[in-house]
Design a protein around this ligand. Structure first.
Ligand code: G1P
Length: 304
């Protein structure tokens, strides 16, 4: 096991080069990572989670259609000046804190869409020889107030166990074909050692119903394994296949505290919007009223 794995993670990789065809026509010009939940784009939720976990270097794996992501994290001088001059301090802070001071964003181009494993490999020159995180912004993980974000939970486990850590959740048996699925030993309901990992197996072949969610804390050895990985499921270079090869080292499955919304689907985006609205300081009451009224008007519930 690389001695480097016992360090705190500082770098986080965000693969954002996907086409987002599910959300066409919106994604014709707006990258799916920029779709908002209330007033923050999806990517910001993932970035905030990484920063909370202690990361100060954010590596975005992007492509030529994703300028909006880089623009979003760039400093907006004119806007900031305007807000400052008009005394809109709260808004100014919001805009500035998109990327808090001390945190840097690095953009790496993935020239060809060869799969998630390939996207992560593109980060190799920036990561070097230290453990790092990967966050898939489509997977939005909501946690209750007072509970650490999913990546922080994982970073703590990774550091104390000196291991790579993969986030998992239970899925219905018929859904295994949409996820990486892990087999574990000694799973105690929260963590267990991963003994096998399969990308998108048919339910009949799935080793369990514990599905990989888009949060990973990985040993840097993953890069040499990715370099040796040939196209797998869907003809793509799969991160799952390289992690399978990493299993000689300690790799833990971690069932995080929190609720994951699959914002790569329409219903996931709707669910997330509802949850964040109901949890929102100012919007909670009006959101509840609006939802109740809509359900009543549509005949789903009877208010009398
Ligand atoms: C990717 C991974 C898969 C994981 C999933 C989580 O698949 O390849 O192992 O379970 O993310 O969201 P994708 O959804 O990008 O096809």
């Amino acid at each position: 096991m690389a001695a480097a794995a016992n360090r705190r993670i500082r770098k986080a990789v965000f693969p954002v080069a996907g086409l987002g065809t599910r959300f066409l026509p919106a994604t014709k010009t707006v990258p799916k990572e920029m779709l908002p939940i209330i007033d923050k784009p999806l990517i910001q939720y993932a970035v905030d989670e990484a920063i909370e976990a202690g990361c100060d270097t954010l590596v975005f794996i992007t492509n030529r259609y994703k300028h909006a992501v880089a623009d979003y994290f760039d400093k907006a001088y004119e806007l900031e000046q305007k807000l400052e001059r008009s005394g809109k301090q709260e808004l100014l802070e919001l805009v500035r804190n998109v990327l808090p001071s001390g945190v840097r964003a690095i953009f790496v181009t993935q020239h060809e869409a060869l799969g998630l494993g390939h996207a992560v490999l593109c980060a190799k020159p920036v990561i070097g020889d230290e453990p790092f995180a990967v966050l898939l912004p489509d997977d939005l993980i909501w946690t209750r107030k007072g509970v650490s974000g999913a990546l922080k939970q994982m970073a703590d486990v990774a550091q104390s166990a000196d291991a790579s850590v993969i986030a998992v959740q239970d899925v219905a048996p018929e859904k295994t074909g949409s996820y990486g699925i892990v087999a574990t030993e000694g799973f105690n309901g929260r963590t267990g050692r991963i003994t096998a990992m399969v990308e998108k197996p048919d339910p009949a072949e799935a080793p369990s119903t514990l599905a990989v969610v888009g949060r990973y804390v990985l040993s840097p050895r993953i890069f040499e394994l990715l370099e040796a990985t040939t196209p797998g499921a869907g003809g793509e270079i799969q991160l799952t296949d390289a992690i399978s090869a990493l299993l000689r080292e300690q790799v833990l499955a971690y069932r995080f505290q929190g609720t994951r919304f699959d914002c790569g689907t329409h219903i996931g985006l709707i669910e997330a919007t509802i949850r964040y609205a109901l949890d929102h300081e100012k919007l909670s009451d009006p959101a509840r009223e609006t939802m109740t009224r809509a359900l009543a008007e549509m005949g789903v519930i009877d208010l009398d």
